[in-house]
Ligand binder design. Structure first.
Ligand SMILES: [Ca+2]
Ligand SMILES: [Ca+2]
Ligand SMILES: [Ca+2]
Ligand SMILES: [Ca+2]
Length: 444
């Protein structure tokens, strides 16, 4: 008996020591120097390292732009997200009791969606430490995932009956121009869909992943055609992945992989995250060899601290949670950058946004196709077209089309000068004629 009690005590002590060591190990990375890294590292937020060459220094923070987070729901009462939600819909609940006109506010009982919303749009209140890349952007909460993460319809055999992800995509197409009740005119509709979601292709013949012809990817392409910029995570399958999953494989979306920023704002030490899925996408056999070049860009996704959800409540008393990692955390960072670009130039099309992001990204790794035309000759299977650069992207977005306008302006000015010159010469000729006539009359 005594021996047993001693054993029990020893066991308890050992477990306590182990737990303490583990918790200390887990707390260490959350020290004060390890604050908000990913945001200044993409050159969105100001920093000692990159200011004044950051997007926020240019004056853009996402004002007048709406980002839909299609995920496990968002605890939008969290101090970082308070007052942001303009509309919501919950596809994990029956339509009969939960209206799907945008008026319902879904709960997050998993945490994934709240974290992603914070990375894109969080104000970081009250300390303003863990801010999103577009802290003035607003939110549309499109819930497709349950407490378990996966949504109804991601279970084989049920997919044909009801699929929350497909419902969510169709809803976003339908409501993309909606005049949300109580929203200022600038914040009508949906500008961007941020999707940290992937569904494994389940059909036969899907060796090598999806070629982008699956119904999730084609649905997202239709959403892009409707004018919404779609940003999707690449997946966490690592370097030996068998292609890309449905959604990130869509030709027209911006597919985002993850880097490890090493908890330093400087970009020089950043490397591809070991879990980030690699490209290219499976060949879809069309005459465009470039839509296979995915991921498009990479952004920090490792050890990210963000707004913490509440399993039962709305997160209104919550702070900021542990660090988490995944390409799920890289894509909302880029969705926020797209919001900054659209604020700088609301006329840009989704294709122009994607082209600018690819062109301005800082290339990394050996180019896989050096003979391809620019910018495709930058592409690497891990880093895509490179590490996203919010400053260069926003600056390029702002000036996009300006060169043409200025030229047109010059032409107008040029035309005005010509007109004045012709008028002056005509007047001179008339004056000369008048003088000549008067003189002629005087002589006769
Ligand atoms: Ca919500
Ligand atoms: Ca909740
Ligand atoms: Ca770094
Ligand atoms: Ca192709």
């Amino acid at each position: 008996m005594i021996k047993n009690i001693l054993c029990k005590k020893m066991f308890t002590v050992t477990i306590t020591v182990v737990l303490l060591s583990v918790s200390i190990f887990m707390i260490t990375p959350m020290s004060s120097e390890a604050s908000d890294i990913a945001n200044p590292a993409v050159k969105a937020k100001q920093s000692n390292e990159y200011s004044p060459n950051t997007a926020w220094d240019l004056g853009y923070t996402g004002k007048g732009i709406n980002i839909a987070i299609m995920d496990t729901g968002v605890d939008d009462a969290h101090p970082s997200l308070k007052g942001k939600m303009l509309a919501g819909v919950d596809f994990t609940k029956p339509e009969l009791f939960f209206p799907r006109d945008g008026s319902y506010d879904p709960d997050d009982t998993n945490g994934h969606g709240t974290t992603c919303a914070g990375i894109a749009t969080g104000t970081g209140e009250p300390e303003k430490k863990y801010q999103g890349t577009a802290p003035d952007a607003m939110l549309i909460d499109v819930r497709i995932g349950t407490a378990l993460g996966i949504g109804p319809g991601e279970i084989p055999y049920l997919q044909d009956i009801y699929d929350s992800a497909l419902e969510g995509i169709e809803w976003t197409i339908k409501y993309k121009d909606s005049e949300w009740e109580g929203a200022p005119e600038d914040n009508y509709g949906i500008d961007i869909l941020s999707l940290s979601w992937g569904i494994y292709p389940e059909d036969e013949g899907t060796v090598g992943g999806s070629d982008g012809s699956d119904e999730y990817s084609t649905g997202l392409n239709r959403l892009v055609d409707a004018g919404v910029v779609v940003v999707v995570s690449c997946g966490n399958e690592g370097p030996d992945n068998d292609g890309l999953w449905c959604m990130g494989a869509a030709s027209k979306v911006i597919t985002v992989g993850a880097t490890d920023d090493k908890n330093t704002i400087t970009r020089t030490d950043d490397v591809i995250a070991d879990y980030s899925s690699r490209g290219p996408r499976k060949d879809n056999g069309d005459d465009d060899p470039y839509d296979e070049l995915k991921p498009d860009v990479v952004a920090p996704g490792t050890d990210i601290i963000q707004a913490e959800y509440d399993r039962i409540g709305d997160g209104s008393d919550n702070g900021y949670g542990d660090r988490g990692s995944g390409t799920s955390y890289a894509s909302p960072n880029v969705a926020g950058i797209v919001a900054l670009m659209l604020e700088a130039n609301p006329d840009l099309t989704p294709k122009q946004i994607k082209d600018i992001l690819r062109e301005t990204a800082e290339p990394r790794g050996t180019p896989e196709y050096p003979d391809y035309p620019y910018p495709h000759n930058k592409w690497n299977r891990s880093y895509g077209y490179g590490v996203v650069d919010a400053y260069e992207a926003v600056k390029t977005a702002k000036d996009f089309g300006k060169e043409k306008e200025e030229k047109t302006g010059e032409e107008v000015i040029g035309g005005g000068l010509w007109f004045t010159a012709v008028l002056l010469i005509s007047l001179l000729i008339i004056a000369a004629v008048v003088v000549y006539v008067i003189k002629f009359r005087k002589k006769h």
